[in-house]
Design a protein around this ligand. Structure first.
Ligand SMILES: Nc1nc2c(c(=O)[nH]1)N[C@H]1C(S)=C(S)[C@@H](COP(=O)(O)O)O[C@H]1N2
Ligand SMILES: [Mo]
Length: 309
């Protein structure tokens, strides 16, 4: 089956009222966008980078098969444990090379910025993948509010550190140096595909998926999409990210999806599209930049992508 057309998907299932009232937006040139051009004029859905046989992953998988080590290392742990997280009130600290820094209430940071639906391919470095209908705000719109200065070459993010509510942060065996941290080059952060996610399947973002907001950069491995963000820092120098700090020979800063560069312990040439089982592994080839090469390859022109993995 091809990408489902909106007629097959009830509005209530996937896109809230407010989004339908918005002007539709389209980006890029990929096959799915041409399919997307046939969508109803009232829709602001963007199905960027989708291939002909991409189907939206069942909600139950997206919300119950997670990586969020603050709540445990098993895929089922975040769904079981993230209910303990308090997401209101939520404060975001902004610091570094910007004119507007300080502590901000989350609701003020997103005020007036309407989430758009973005259906993206999502590829974990562990070689499984999904297709997820995120609701999000272009990252550029969020960051520009703080007026980063010319010295801001990178932006770094931190997840909440609250061991009272995050059972994985209390674990004696955890090798992660909490809080979880990630970063992007400014031009990556300002790319129109980069969003800050505030919802899923037209609903509020569940805790296990990174409430109240998490990053989504669809051409990079999933570990770049840091969850439950409380800090934004603009810097001149490239920041450290959690997985690189843990194993630099296995995980880099860029983490662009690249079937030609294997993880030292497994191939990245293909991926298991969930749902996947031993009887039906549902394997498919991994695409350069996760299928978004037309949109983003120019960001890395002249760079050695084997060295900058
Ligand atoms: N704070 C935090 N963010 C995180 C992680 C994490 O353990 N902690 N895991 C990352 C990894 S490895 C992946 S694949 C995605 C998983 O997102 P999902 O559970 O919404 O599919 O979140 C990323 N963001
Ligand atoms: Mo991941």
């Amino acid at each position: 089956m091809l990408i489902r057309k909106p007629a097959d998907i009830p509005t209530s299932e996937i896109t809230p009222e407010a989004v339908y009232q918005q002007r539709r937006t389209f980006m890029g040139q990929s096959a799915a966008l041409i399919v997307g051009a046939g969508l109803s004029a009232a829709s602001s859905r963007v199905s960027a980078g989708l291939q002909e046989d991409d189907e939206i992953t069942p909600e139950q998988i997206v919300t119950q098969y997670n990586n969020f080590y603050e709540f445990g290392t098993d895929k089922s742990d975040p769904y079981a444990n993230a209910g303990a997280l308090t997401t209101d009130p939520w404060t975001v600290s902004v610091s570094g090379a910007a004119n507007k820094t300080g502590d901000f209430a989350f609701e003020d940071v997103i005020k007036g910025l309407t989430p758009e639906e973005r259906i993206y391919r999502f590829r974990c470095v562990e070689a499984w993948s999904m297709v997820v209908p995120w609701m999000g705000i272009p990252l550029k719109k969020i960051l520009q509010q703080f007026e980063p200065t010319g010295d801001a070459k990178y932006v770094a993010f931190k997840t909440l550190y609250r061991p009272e509510e995050m059972v994985g942060q209390r674990s004696f065996f955890s090798s992660i140096d909490w809080p979880y941290v990630e970063g992007l080059r400014m031009d990556e952060a300002y790319h129109p595909l980069s969003i800050m996610v505030t919802g899923l399947y037209g609903k509020e973002l569940p805790n296990q998926n990174g409430a109240p907001w998490r990053l989504m950069v669809p051409w990079k491995y999933g570990f770049k999409s840091i969850k439950s963000i409380v800090s934004i820092h603009f810097s001149e120098r490239q920041p450290v990210n959690t997985w690189q700090a843990l194993a630099a020979h296995e995980y880099g800063f860029y983490a662009n999806v690249n079937p030609a560069v294997d993880h030292p312990r497994w191939s990245q040439a293909s991926e298991r599209r969930l749902p996947s089982s031993i009887f039906n592994p549902n394997r498919r080839p991994t695409l350069p930049f996760n299928g978004y090469a037309d949109e983003v390859a120019e960001l890395y022109r002249g760079m050695d992508l084997r060295k900058n993995y």
